[in-house]
Design a protein around this ligand. Structure first.
Ligand SMILES: [Zn+2]
Length: 76
């Protein structure tokens, strides 16, 4: 693969990522987040934090309460 092809392919792939992100946003708008789970979520700083996440679309819907942490075995 020559440099020109690499650049062209990179641009196509980058566009695909943007299109997918847009599609995911639209999907998450349609979702009612009726099925949530407590999960370790990787944040932008590469640290992991427990968050309440929609099990269907993956949207972060909030922070788990202490009761929810207990119910999911994260607290005693
Ligand atoms: Zn959802």
């Amino acid at each position: 693969m020559d440099n020109k092809n690499i650049k062209k392919t990179k641009e196509e792939l980058t566009k695909n990522i943007k299109d997918s992100e847009e599609a995911l946003k639209e999907l998450r708008k349609k979702c009612k987040h009726s099925d949530t789970v407590i999960k370790n979520v990787e944040l932008e700083s590469s640290t992991f934090k427990l968050r309440k996440v929609c099990d269907l679309c993956g949207e972060h819907v909030g922070f788990p309460t202490n009761d929810e942490l207990k119910d999911n075995g994260y607290m005693q």
